[in-house]
Design a protein around this ligand. Structure first.
Ligand code: PRT
Ligand code: ZN
Length: 291
């Protein structure tokens, strides 16, 4: 028997596997990739990482076999666990994709009612059914295990409902995307009855660190000198910054130093606009940690 630990279920191999371990590492948990393929340990905290098929993660968490799980929102939405359904604790910002309605190019799609009476192939029958019901559309759902994108060409269905990220798969199959059924990304899910009491504090700290990792990913620290007279204009250009720090510069009455955390991307255009507004010595720095 292993020592008690907080248990997190992650995908063993696939699109989310590596990024899930990277998140734990970025949060300061040193993952030991031991001989046991199904279970990794964390060296510096009592955390066990269960490595499983992504489809099994909601059930593991729902049943309390794991306290947390990292899985695509699309998989969580498709699992029907009733009262045992895990809750989404936080969105993690990777594994982004969209569950879309698609049909052969040239299909006259106006709105969901264009699907009435048709047959739609998908590996996401529950999510599709919810979408159709929400729009009061009656259509036949053909559940497949994979290769949904070939269904129209084989005359198995007139439309499909599938995950799209770059759109290359749709294009290669002569299909075009229309309505969005679900916006997905990797999410942290937690057991409905809460974590094991002995690990409640550890769980809280892990969540706070994950939030910090997610927040710091796109964020930048920006510093510049700004003419006092144009301060309002300059701070209004800063993307996603609340309350910048403004400090005087030694021996300069007319110029101030402006420091701010920008939550959104800082583009070259932003820097050009700042310069245009009189800012100088502009520095943009990555942020490693944030809490
Ligand atoms: O073995 P296991 O069951 O664990 O893995 P899996 O094969 O079921 O899942 P995997 O590893 O393929 O995907 C895991 C999760 O990654 C999914 O549940 C999504 O949340 C997320 N994700 C992000 C994607 C995509 N992007 C994606 N593009 N999952 C699948 N796709 C497929 C899509 O189904 C389609 O066939 O990629 C194709 C489309 O990609 P584009 O780039 O051509 O549009
Ligand atoms: Zn799967």
């Amino acid at each position: 028997m292993s020592a008690p630990a907080l248990r997190i279920a992650v995908q063993k191999s696939g699109r989310l596997a590596e990024k899930s371990l990277e998140l734990l590492e970025a949060a300061g948990f040193r993952v030991m990739k031991g001989a046991n393929d199904l279970l990794y340990r964390v060296e510096n905290a009592p955390i066990d990482i269960l490595r499983v098929r992504d489809d099994d993660i909601p059930t593991f968490v729902g049943d309390g076999v794991a306290d947390f799980g990292i899985v695509g929102r699309n998989v969580l939405a498709e699992t029907d666990l009733g009262a045992r359904a895990p809750g989404e604790a936080m969105a993690l910002g990777f594994g982004r994709c969209t569950l879309k309605i698609a049909a052969p190019t040239g299909f006259k799609y106006a709105n969901p009612h264009s699907l009435a009476g048709l047959r739609i192939a998908t590996t996401y029958p529950r999510s599709l059914k919810r979408f159709l019901d929400a729009h009061g559309v009656e259509a036949e759902i053909l559940t497949m295990r994979g290769a949904v994108e070939v269904a129209p060409r084989l005359h198995l269905a007139q439309a499909i409902c599938d995950l799209v990220s770059t759109g290359a798969t749709l294009e290669a199959n002569g299909l075009e995307a229309y309505d969005t059924v679900l916006e997905s990304e990797a999410v942290l899910i937690r057991a409905p009855k809460g974590v094991q009491p002995a690990f409640a504090d550890l769980a809280e700290s892990m969540l706070a660190r994950f939030r910090g990792v997610s927040a710091s990913r796109g964020a930048k620290y920006i510093m510049m000198n700004a003419p006092r007279a144009r301060l309002a204009e300059i701070t209004s250009i800063l993307p996603g910054a609340d309350a910048p720090t403004i400090t005087p510069l030694a021996g300069r009455e007319d110029v101030l130093a402006v420091h701010a955390v920008c939550q959104e991307s800082v583009f070259w255009e932003t820097l050009e606009r700042l310069k245009g507004a009189g800012a100088s010595a502009i520095l943009v720095l990555p942020i490693e940690k944030m809490m």
